[in-house]
Design a protein around this ligand. Structure first.
Ligand code: VGL
Ligand code: ZN
Length: 199
């Protein structure tokens, strides 16, 4: 039987209370994620990792405020407060997360001109992060996802995992969402329709 991996998405300080792009209750999931890590055969992580002046930051677009949108060559991009600047404390994993077991950390969002929600592809849906190939080579056929944020990086990762033919579970109680303009209900429904198991 193909192996299963737990993928912990973006459980970083900037997405936790007090962080630059805080997700309500983001830190509450840490104990549960630690239990999932302890029980998992393989643990993979993603880390949102942006250079200063990244194009997903509202501050990079004159006259734009966070949570507004801009049209990028690859489609509509939501603008965010500056967050997860590479190498800063905001980009580090939550201090109580026990992630020694992690076999790989996939960093995403490091190209200045393109954002990346999914662990598999950047927001143009064509530039790969390499995770798809990694899972294939490792013989991993099923993934369980948890982390932040439910309606952005977790959901887009889950949808792409389905497209890769993986068996996909999202542990909703080990996720927290941003919920921008109804994005939570919309993305949960999209995951359900794509065949994601919502556990
Ligand atoms: C995320 C917005 C911007 C996420 C990352 O991890 O869901 N959301 N960058
Ligand atoms: Zn980001």
């Amino acid at each position: 039987m193909a192996a299963t991996a737990l993928i912990v998405i973006d459980l970083q300080n900037d997405f936790c209370p007090g962080g630059a792009l805080a997700v309500a209750g983001g830190d509450e999931i840490v104990p549960l994620v630690n239990r999932l890590i302890a029980d998992a055969d393989h643990v993979l992580m993603t880390q949102d990792w942006h250079p200063a002046g990244h194009s997903s930051f509202a501050s990079s677009h004159k006259g734009k405020a966070p949570y507004e949108t801009v049209e990028m060559p690859y489609g509509t991009q939501t603008l965010w407060p500056d967050h997860c600047l590479w190498g800063t404390s905001g980009a580090m994993f939550h201090k109580d997360l026990v992630w020694d077991k992690a076999e790989i950390v996939i960093r995403k969002g490091f190209r200045p001109a393109i954002d990346s929600y999914s662990a598999f592809y950047e927001n143009d849906h064509t530039t790969p992060t390499g995770l798809g190939g990694y899972l294939k080579e490792r013989g991993i056929g099923a993934v369980t996802l948890c982390g932040l944020a439910t309606d952005f990086c977790v959901a887009f990762s889950a949808l792409d995992a389905c497209k890769h033919g993986l068996d996909v579970t999202v542990k909703l109680d080990a996720c927290r969402g941003i919920d921008l303009g109804g994005s939570m209900a919309k993305m949960v429904e999209r995951m359900r329709q794509a065949g994601v198991r919502l556990g």
